[in-house]
Design a protein around this ligand. Sequence first.
Ligand SMILES: CC(C)(COP(=O)(O)OP(=O)(O)OC[C@H]1O[C@@H](n2cnc3c(N)ncnc32)[C@H](O)[C@@H]1OP(=O)(O)O)[C@@H](O)C(=O)NCCC(=O)NCCS
Length: 152
Amino acid sequence: MDNCSIRKMNQEDLSLVLEIEKVLFTSPWNQEMFLQEIELHDSYVMEIEEVVAGYICGWEVGEEFHITNIGVKQSFQRKGFASQLLFELISSKMEKGFRYFFLEVRESNFKAIHLYHKFGFETIGKRKRYYNYPVEDALIMGLFPYGKPDYI
Ligand SMILES: CC(C)(COP(=O)(O)OP(=O)(O)OC[C@H]1O[C@@H](n2cnc3c(N)ncnc32)[C@H](O)[C@@H]1OP(=O)(O)O)[C@@H](O)C(=O)NCCC(=O)NCCS
């Protein structure tokens, strides 16, 4: 996809990111939450023809990397963009020495669960009533390219 690129998210991206986020989630992140990701953690946007069409955020925690958010604008879904975001993020973190990848997902979010399975994520647990609007359990999923840690 020649017309698509991934780069660090910055404050100027937030109006478009928030617009996408509000459509995708019933309990969307607000500006403050994205600002914290930009300032303290890792967040990237995908641009298609120089317009933000998706994003991914995560936290480095020791040897673990926690993916905290991923979204692709509805009109660009099912074209491989989330896969590309995940692939770039996971590969770059593996190169930096991260060994374990974690995330939470709504139990009913079959699109995202399919995506994570395609990457080799497996379900390792459940957080009861983790989400609101509507209340729902979260699956905890992990990807262990070098094998599971002792504590799993
Ligand atoms: C989940 C999401 C990020 C996927 O983005 P995307 O760019 O459409 O994903 P891709 O095109 O890379 O698809 C990769 C795989 O995801 C799965 N998938 C994506 N959309 C799907 C759908 N509508 N039905 C079934 N599986 C789907 C498939 O396994 C797909 O692979 P395939 O096309 O070879 O079958 C997107 O649907 C989204 O933004 N959803 C709302 C936000 C969200 O739920 N984020 C996850 C929070 S944990």
